[in-house]
Design a protein around this ligand. Structure first.
Ligand SMILES: [Cu+2]
Length: 457
């Protein structure tokens, strides 16, 4: 078994460790009880997040990168790789994709390897990577490695650094990743970007971040303008009616699961037209990284809302101290909604449908067409119709628990999905016993991306 092959299995093993809740093996990260750090401090080699070494000359520490815990991208698979000598080889295919963004809405987008958002590429600082790219789009394209310091001929800008990759053509990118951090790959055509052509490119650090995280999750922010009864996003639009995390709208987004007492890392990247203030309920976090890599600890301060601007990455971390299902969502009001126009189909919105009976019957008709069970909406006052401004949120709820059920939603209260819309998901912080049960449930039932992880090559 070659070293590289062994290294791959090592990576896979560490993925399994985190996913199956065996992250204890990775814990004990304070400088006092982390052998690596303790040794570095002892030998005067402990270095800052910038990588500046202490001046003192010391004997070399045994070489080799630290094992890392791969990031999980809910609802998106990892891109598998093979080893060729010392090179990690990925095969990336640009192609049209049908993406089910809600139980009643599938859109025609463009992505990579059948996925939109594109599959997650994970490497480690120092890796040599080769991406064998194939264009199955009806037009030319190229791939830009956003934030990565690569030679100009690898930069993926049509006509500037390479010729456009024509339909049916293959092109090979190859470079060494000397950085650590949260990067992305995307088409360098603006309309293709808005058609969905983006994915994570995560470079895990050669030496583990301190403190180490027990869970690592990634979210891609995207926006879509899809007219009623249409499936193709209008990429020239300036207004959006569908907002997604990893290519899925709430409540169809898979919740993130964390063990009570663990440290959670959440990486968020934005490839849209708007900036998104991402808010976490019930917890404070610190921003530990940007699209430029790890931020020095001296810059960390408590927050619970982080603005993720276009083309930016923000990495936040928090200690999951409080059990519960905590919302993570964009706080722009119109990004906390889904378009229901498709459900109306050839019906018109009747502004007189503001009474309980009429609204309820309309919602029931819509729900039946999907189909899912419609739960009676929250109570309204008897004289609601006499109050100027009514209705606002009344009649907006459309619970669809069963239509979006998966292992990660198990145990949520009835009608939990009614208030979940747009860019919105949950971090479910579970005590040990529930966490173990949940990981067993996920393991035995599984979802597409997790199966991908478990047999990846
Ligand atoms: Cu937003």
């Amino acid at each position: 078994m070659s070293g590289n092959r062994r290294r791959f299995f090592q990576d896979a093993a560490f993925f399994g460790a985190g996913f199956l809740g065996l992250a204890e093996a990775l814990r004990g990260n304070t400088p006092g009880n982390d052998p690596q750090t303790a040794r570095e401090i002892e030998q005067g080699r402990h270095h800052s997040p910038y990588g500046k070494h202490a001046k003192k000359q010391v004997a070399p520490v045994p070489a080799g990168p630290d094992p890392f815990l791969p990031m999980l991208t809910p609802d998106v698979a990892d891109l598998p790789h093979e080893m060729d000598g010392g090179v990690k080889v990925f095969k990336l295919v640009a192609e049209p994709v049908k993406r089910k963004i809600a139980p009643f809405k599938t859109i025609d987008v463009w992505g990579y390897n059948g996925s939109c958002s594109g599959p997650t590429i994970q490497v480690q600082q120092g890796d040599r990577v080769r991406i064998i790219f194939e264009n199955k789009l009806p037009e030319s394209t190229s791939i830009h490695w956003h934030g990565l310091e690569v030679p100009i001929e690898q930069d993926g800008v049509p006509w500037i650094s390479q010729k456009p990759i024509a339909p049916g053509e293959k092109y090979t990118y190859e470079f060494t990743v000397h950085q650590e951090g949260t990067f992305f790959y995307h088409s360098h055509g603006a309309m293709q970007e808005m058609m969905g052509m983006i994915g994570f490119f995560v470079a895990h650090p050669e030496k583990s971040y301190k403190p180490r995280a027990d869970h690592d999750y990634g979210v891609i922010l995207q926006e879509w303008a899809v007219l009623p009864n249409n499936n193709v996003p209008n990429t020239a639009a300036m207004e959006y009616n569908w907002l997604t995390f990893n290519g899925v709208s709430a409540p169809a987004i898979t919740p993130m699961i964390a063990r009570l007492g663990s440290r959670v890392r959440l990486r968020i990247i934005n490839m849209g037209m708007d900036h998104h203030p991402i808010h976490l309920h019930g917890n404070q976090f610190v921003v530990t990284g940007t699209e430029g890599g790890r931020a020095p600890e001296s810059t960390w301060y408590p927050m619970n809302t982080v603005l993720v601007g276009v083309a930016q990455a923000r990495v936040v971390e928090f200690d999951a101290k409080y059990p519960g299902s905590w919302m993570v969502h964009c706080h722009l009001p119109h990004h906390m909604m889904n378009s229901m126009m498709d459900l109306l189909r050839d019906r018109t919105i009747e502004t007189v449908d503001t009474t309980d009976v009429k609204a309820l019957s309309q919602m029931e008709t819509l729900a039946k067409s999907v189909p899912f069970e419609h739960v009676h909406h929250s109570p309204i006052a008897e004289n609601a119709n006499t109050v100027p401004g009514f209705p606002q949120d009344a009649f907006m709820e459309m619970g669809m628990d069963e239509a979006v059920a998966k292992p990660e939603t198990h145990g949520l209260p009835a009608n939990w999905s009614a208030g979940m819309m747009g860019m919105m998901t949950l971090v479910r912080v579970l005590p040990d016993k529930e966490y173990e049960e949940m990981t067993q449930r996920i393991k035995s039932t599984g979802t597409a991306e997790q199966k991908e992880h478990s047999h990846g090559s």
